[in-house]
Design a protein around this ligand. Structure first.
Ligand code: ARG
Length: 271
């Protein structure tokens, strides 16, 4: 099934999904979730693997990290009355950085999975995603099944890696694992791999930016829906509550839609 950009827009939303039942009306100016050792002047350090446009990437002109996730978390923080500072954090060590306290929050297009939930806590979902198979023009590959015996590129430790590894087997020597998704896509361009499996939003953005390459993209019915969440250290309930409170606010006051439109060109589809 070939999907257009509109396809991802349509996919993207469970948007309203997250905690929209909660319309909290805190007294003005108060950010009173309190608790722990955190106070209102604390700046939370946020880890993000900024090689993942349009969610997070480094602007080569300004050297600043920017993207949908960045705008969203800034808005969430503002709405809930806390401060954040983003640190570019390689995907490979990102979960460990959270668990050892080098980062307080992770936002990095992270899919909420049962396995990850055992070692960290996630906010309500803020974005719906799905894996996509990317191939060069003219490739016969369309489905997960077609990947058998082919060289497949994935970003190491992502849900794309998990799906491909589960299907082809842990020991399949044809799976090539990259530190970043753009590196995998570059190798697809160089014909070092036959296909790449990665998140739809990132794939579609890459194809838009490199339209001349004529990459094609497909989804497989076996790919489950994925939901991105903002992660905190396991047990950091006070911070998680603030994040969920902020998320609910930016969804109900239209800020989420504005940010969505900025990066995906349309309003998110209604729930
Ligand atoms: N959603 C996928 C996962 O959670 C890929 C996320 C990769 N994010 C990034 N910023 N590199 O595994």
């Amino acid at each position: 099934v070939r999907k257009g950009w509109a396809g991802v827009a349509a996919l993207a939303l469970g948007v309203a999904l997250a905690g929209c039942g909660a319309s909290s009306s805190a007294p003005s100016g108060a950010s009173s979730t309190g608790g722990g050792t955190n106070n209102n002047s604390q700046v939370y350090v946020v880890g993000t693997d900024a090689a993942y446009a349009p969610f997070e990437s480094v602007n080569p002109q300004t050297n600043q990290i920017e993207g949908f996730d960045i705008d969203l978390l800034n808005a969430v923080a503002k709405a809930a009355g806390f401060q954040v500072k983003f640190e570019n954090t390689p995907w490979k060590g990102i979960f460990q950085a959270l668990s050892i306290g080098q980062r307080d929050i992770l936002i990095s297009a992270i899919t909420i999975t049962d396995e990850r939930k055992q070692s960290m806590d996630f906010s309500n979902p803020y974005f719906q995603a799905q894996q996509m198979i990317v191939v060069p023009p003219g490739s016969p590959i369309r489905t997960l099944q077609d990947l058998k015996g082919k060289k497949v590129g994935v970003q190491i430790g992502t849900t794309g890696d998990e799906i491909v590894t589960d299907f082809l087997g842990k020991t399949d020597p044809n799976i090539k694992r990259y530190d970043t998704t753009p590196l995998a896509l570059e190798d697809l361009r160089n014909k070092a791999v036959d296909a790449v499996v990665a998140d739809n939003g990132v794939v579609l953005d890459y194809i838009r930016q490199n339209s001349s390459k004529g990459f094609e993209h497909y989804t497989d019915p076996k790919f489950p829906k994925e939901y991105y969440g903002i992660a905190v250290k396991k047990g950091n309930t006070a911070l998680l509550e603030k994040i969920n409170e902020g998320l609910a606010k930016v969804k109900s006051d239209g800020t989420y839609d504005t940010i969505y439109k900025k990066y995906f060109g349309s309003a998110p589809p209604a729930e």
